[in-house]
Design a protein around this ligand. Structure first.
Ligand SMILES: C[S@@+](CC[C@H](N)C(=O)[O-])C[C@H]1O[C@@H](n2cnc3c(N)ncnc32)[C@H](O)[C@@H]1O
Length: 393
């Protein structure tokens, strides 16, 4: 299609000027090509300029990184325009927006130039993108909830103080993407986020399931803080997220149908609040649990072992050891309750020290006596009685 003389001339000019900063291709809705949208933006990978083309398919997103060489880029663009039978192509430059509209029979195009209003205010440098190349939520694509949460500006640029949060959101979505196929194939996925707080990650999950995966969901965020819940409900309403509901309450007292839940998420819920969330999930045999524990104090006050005395005599080491012990025992309890468990890094240590995630998938496999013995030996040796074990017994 870039062989169309009008489009060819326009592209050649913008490339010669090096003024193209982004593009959006809308496919022909009357033809089912499986593509819902294509966006392109300039990035830098390992010091070299590229165009990153994001191809949104009905159930997934593909990223194609094209070297920023005019002929290579033009060829790739041509192939994508044909693949999605494009109806419009928006070309964004630092000064204008060019809307290229294909005629119904795709024999020619019409170009409409819009003024500076929808174009970026200043020429943009390509971002240093070698770390952010395959983000599920890419920078440069404004999303309502991220704007309202103050993570992005109206052009989709990430606000500097929120960059870590942006990284965390994307990392979390990668993990959700990994477990996607472990979720039941039900009409409506039911998800509970215990201790949701300001709910950056809850909103991101809602976006992932409803917009990127096009699934029906029924999501609940629960937190102790009334004002926070009020704010979250207002934001959900503003974004039109009708199946995302926030409730004030404690995890310990939550009774609202967790046995019918497909995924329990609990991220940074303090101390034994994490255990209360795990308890609910275990009792409900919830298929997927994602839990990032936080400030584990409980076992720090219990642990005692003569052989470990040189380690336990230093407060800091004892605290870290007690945290690791808590998570190891949580993981083992989950295994004993029929879960396959992984402990993974949530985000790099450089972003937060609270970086362990317990990822548990229900298999229903009965526990081996050996695993049970190992658990009993460890708690006896360390003289600890974890909350989770006490409530589940
Ligand atoms: C550190 S914030 C984490 C917020 C969010 N999950 C995140 O990771 O960004 C912890 C939240 O857990 C909530 N929380 C702590 N204990 C709770 C409990 N027992 N029941 C409900 N919410 C609780 C707190 O009110 C707080 O908002």
């Amino acid at each position: 299609m870039t062989t169309d003389p009008i489009l060819q001339e326009l592209l050649q000019r913008l490339m010669a000027e090096d003024s193209l900063t982004g593009l959006v291709i809308s496919p022909n809705k009357g033809v089912n090509t499986g593509i819902t949208k294509i966006t392109g933006r300039r990035i830098v990978l390992k010091g070299r300029p590229y165009w990153q083309m994001e191809v949104r398919l009905t159930k997934q997103v593909q990223h194609i990184n094209v070297p920023h060489i005019n002929t290579v880029f033009a060829e790739q663009l041509d192939s994508l325009l044909d693949r999605c039978m494009f109806s419009t192509l928006n070309l964004k430059t630092s000064e204008a927006m060019y809307q290229v509209v294909a005629n119904p029979d795709r024999s020619s195009v019409k170009v409409i130039r819009h003024g500076t209003k929808s174009a970026p205010k200043a020429p943009q440098e390509p971002e240093a993108h070698n770390r952010t190349k395959n983000y599920i939520i890419p920078e440069g694509q404004p999303l309502d909830f991220l704007q309202q949460l103050g993570v992005m500006d109206t052009d989709g640029r990430v606000m500097l103080p929120m960059r870590r949060k942006f990284v965390q959101i994307n990392r979390f979505l990668e993990i959700v993407d990994d477990i996607y196929y472990s979720l039941p194939n039900r009409d409506v996925l039911r998800i509970v986020d215990f201790g949701c707080g300001k709910s950056y990650l809850t909103f991101a999950m809602y976006h992932y399931f409803t917009k990127l995966k096009e699934r029906n969901v029924n999501m609940v965020g629960l937190d102790l803080k009334e004002q926070v819940i009020e704010d979250c409900n207002r934001l959900a309403e503003n974004c039109g997220y009708t199946k995302l509901n926030f409730q004030t309450g404690s995890i310990e007292e939550y009774q609202d149908g967790y046995s019918d839940t497909d995924m329990v998420v609990t991220l940074h819920a303090c101390d034994t609040a994490t255990d209360a969330a795990l308890e609910k999930a275990i009792l409900g045999k919830v298929p997927v649990i994602l839990s990032v524990p936080c400030c584990q104090h409980e076992l720090n006050g219990q642990v005692s072992n003569e052989t470990m005395a040189p380690l336990l005599r230093y407060g800091l080491l004892k605290e870290r050891f007690a945290s690791l012990l808590t998570d190891a025992l949580r993981a083992r309890i989950l295994e004993l309750c029929g879960y396959k468990v992984d402990i993974i890094e949530f985000v790099d240590m450089e972003h937060t020290p609270k970086n362990l995630m317990i990822k548990a998938i229900y298999t229903g496999e009965p526990p081996s006596p050996h695993k049970r013995r190992e658990y009993d030996t460890l708690v006896a040796e360390m003289q600890v009685h974890p909350w989770l074990e006490r409530v589940l017994r």
